[in-house]
Design a protein. Structure first.
Length: 158
């Protein structure tokens, strides 16, 4: 079971890159997001809940094995954050799947790396697997907020 937890936490291997594992890990969820793009809000929400549950379940084992609770190769949290970003772009804008995922990927990575207030606060103040997960959900949340603003502006101008 510990092996399963480890492989889930490293994004089925997508986070095992020696260079930029967070970026390669985020790329690892994109095929699933392409398949999800036209799914219902219920399916998107269920997927996010599952990714969050898998994160909380798997991150401690991977952190133990890798010697650091928030090791860069742990990317299931990036999957959850990117999922939230893609969900926002999908439901709040009229972007195509490819443009939505491109913008979502770039936006998510910028917020995940730059760590503005909510992202950095979650990383510093929330302990354990919850903190590892929540900073990426906050980064995805920033993209979701931008999607909401963009969607409102687009609707207003059209």
């Amino acid at each position: 079971m510990n092996e399963v937890k480890f492989w889930i936490a490293v994004g089925l291997g997508s986070g095992l890159s020696p260079k930029a594992p967070g970026t390669t890990g985020t790329l690892g969820v994109l095929p699933l997001l392409v398949l999800m793009w036209d799914a219902s809000v219920f399916a998107w929400t269920t997927g996010l809940v599952i990714l969050c549950a898998l994160s909380i379940w798997s991150i401690p084992e991977a952190g133990r094995r890798l010697g650091e609770p928030d090791h860069g190769q742990i990317v299931i949290d990036e999957w959850a954050g990117m999922w939230l970003a893609a969900f926002g772009l999908n439901t709040l804008t009229e972007l195509t799947v490819w443009m939505g995922l491109l913008i979502g990927f770039i936006g998510f990575r910028i917020f995940d790396i730059a760590k503005p207030w909510a992202v950095s606060w979650c990383e510093r103040k929330i302990p354990g697997a919850w903190g590892v997960l929540m900073d990426d959900l906050a980064a995805g949340g920033y993209v979701l907020i931008l999607a909401l603003v963009f969607g409102m502006l687009s609707a207003h101008s059209g």
